[in-house]
Design a protein around this ligand. Sequence first.
Ligand code: SF4
Length: 159
Amino acid sequence: MVKIGIMICDRNRKCTGNKCFKSINERDGAFSEVPRKETIEIVGWMTCGGCPGERLEFAPADMKKYGAEVIHLATCYLAGYPACPYIPDHINYIENVVGLPVVVGTHPMPQNYIDAHENMGDWDRDNVREYLKNLVEDKKASEKYDSTRPNFLKPTDKD
Ligand code: SF4
């Protein structure tokens, strides 16, 4: 079993979390290397609290108390425009003060967000490519998570 905590960008504070939970259930994106037979327990889910991370000093430490072994910064940290400029600070604090490893990302980056960011060029401008590694390389997965597609979640998506 692996116990995780998830921090989300406060710009998505009203997010239902569907894509994150789907990616955990279906072992996509940042969870693609966790064997299906291994249980992933979510011990906490919380917004960062707003720039530059109002809940950063509280939430990951609280998740650790409840058993979190790793903190995921959700894919929304990078999906929003612009990407979160505080990712290095969040990683640094969680790893070095809270004492937990950080994984940037949860679900695959949906293709519609990839298209928008490639158009804008901000991922290169803001030097965040290193954080996108597990989120954009599988085109099929990115298309699967693009909820703007007319056949989103239709049976044909499951092949
Ligand atoms: S941009 Fe970063 S610091 Fe600001 S609300 Fe989103 S995750 Fe938090």
